[in-house]
Design a protein around this ligand. Structure first.
Ligand code: EPZ
Length: 420
């Protein structure tokens, strides 16, 4: 699968059927990093087959771990760590590799990483991560774009995050679980993936309380031991497939979903006129055969607000639903790059800074597009399923970073889609 491949869709098919939701990318990545903290083997189930997870496994291998994948099961043997430098090429390929720094500082009291550049959706600084590491006793020197982190003794500290940053909360947890003493993270992010990470670490012997709330408290322990763990379902992949069903006015049943974590999104689909029913803990059925209406205002926010990662795919849906939707993107400063690509299909979207106004239209027509980033690319798939004729989405590699078997899943519910 090469980055430059393209996804071709012939729009207009109503999607009907069942999709099994993949494991969560944004839970698998911090948990793969957390495996570094363990003395013995870690076995992860429901670990999605994604290029981002491949990159994380290459980092673990570079650091001396023995990693193996069989389908969705990944085993990591972290008993011997032979290095503390995160390869610059992998930092560039996947900026969220910064999550390995907390685990390396926690386990080896050292880490060398290149500054993760900004990315397609914003500057994405890591100042909160570094300030916390310094407060815990880490010396960090910056030479020619490389950060050298080192400490003789990592101590627990009281950390107050200026923003409820997901990555900073996770990185501090990874550094704190083996530190001396207690670490408090105030204004911690509350995303479900943080709860999943805390559950994994606790199963390995960590002492963590408050994950999922604004105050996470970690009491350092001496050692952590590997365990078997199943990654939670991906709430953004779930939202994406429901948008695919809704824009084609079809019916989708999602299995192995995590309904609670998808609530902020499911309530918007209901507001738009979709029928949404949940069965047990992990199945949700959505029917969009009725006339849908625009949700008027969508403001992204930290959990339990509307997730920023679902903003692009919802924007694609709203571009094909009667009425006007105002999006306010409060998390990232440059997360509307997909808007001008959607406009090539005929979508009517006006962007002004953090605000985007979408005027729903009856028709979209196929065109050649280029994916701008992971969720922007997914938005183009959603819109292409509705547009008349053929939509070709280049740089499909962005999409494969976060969506396991997306072509097979959509083909399975009736889409005319292929990778070229
Ligand atoms: C995580 O990114 C996710 N990535 C993102 O998903 C998601 O959009 C984001 O959280 C918000 O939910 C992973 O989990 C791998 P943040 P992260 O730190 O941790 C600012 C996807 O599509 N900030 O919560 O990088 C930052 O600039 C990806 O799957 C600082 O200023 O997000 C942003 O404006 C995209 N200084 C805001 O906080 C810092 O030190 C939220 O960022 C850290 C963050």
């Amino acid at each position: 699968m090469s980055f430059k491949q393209a996804i071709c869709i012939r729009g207009g098919k109503q999607l009907e059927g069942e999709i099994t939701v993949q494991g969560a990318k944004n839970s698998a990545l911090p948990i793969l990093a957390a495996a570094l903290l363990c003395k013995t083997q870690v076995t992860l189930y429901n670990c999605p087959r994604l290029t981002d997870c491949d990159a994380a496994m290459r980092i673990l291998t570079t650091l001396g771990c023995n990693c193996r994948r069989e389908g969705n099961c990944v085993t990591i043997n972290p008993s011997v760590i032979t290095g503390t430098a995160i390869p610059a090429a992998l930092m560039r390929e996947m900026r969220s590799s910064v999550i390995f720094s907390g685990a390396l500082i926690g386990r080896e009291k050292a880490c060398r990483l290149s500054l993760p550049g900004g990315c397609e959706i914003g500057a994405r600084p890591i100042d909160f991560h570094l300030a916390a590491f310094r407060k815990m006793g880490t010396e960090i020197t910056d030479e020619h774009g490389y950060l050298d982190c080192r400490t003789n003794k990592l101590c627990g500290a009281v950390i107050r995050l200026p923003l409820a940053s997901v990555g900073a909360t996770e990185n501090i947890m990874l550094a704190a679980v083996l530190a001396d003493g207690v670490t408090e993270i105030h204004n911690a992010a509350r995303e479900p993936e943080i709860v999943d990470l805390a559950r994994f670490l606790t199963k390995c012997g960590a002492k963590i309380s408050g994950a999922g709330s604004g105050l996470v408290v970690i009491e350092g322990v001496k050692e952590l031991y590997g365990c078997d763990y199943s990654i939670m379902p991906d709430r953004i992949a779930a939202a994406t497939y429901l948008c695919c069903g809704a824009i084609t006015r079809g019916e989708i049943m999602l299995s192995k979903a995590d309904i609670r974590s998808a609530e902020p999104f499911l309530s918007v689909l209901e507001q738009m006129g979709c029928s949404v029913y949940s069965f047990g803990e992990d199945s949700v059925y959505m029917n969009a055969r009725k006339k849908l209406k625009a949700p008027s205002v969508i403001r992204t926010a930290v959990h339990p607000g509307f997730p920023t990662d679902a903003q692009p795919v919802l924007m694609a849906l709203c571009s094909a639903v009667q009425g006007t939707t105002i999006f306010v993107e409060t998390i990232f400063e440059n997360r509307y790059r997909h808007a001008c690509e959607l406009a090539r299909l005929g979508a009517k979207i006006n962007v002004e800074g953090r605000v985007a106004v979408v005027e729903g239209t009856e028709r979209l027509s196929g065109a050649e597009l280029m994916a701008t980033d992971l969720r922007g690319g997914a938005a183009m798939v959603v819109a292409g399923l509705f547009a008349d004729g053929t939509t070709k989405i280049g740089n499909a590699g962005y999409i494969y970073r976060g969506y396991e078997d997306i072509e097979a899943h959509l083909k399975g519910v009736g889409a005319d889609i292929k990778t070229v």
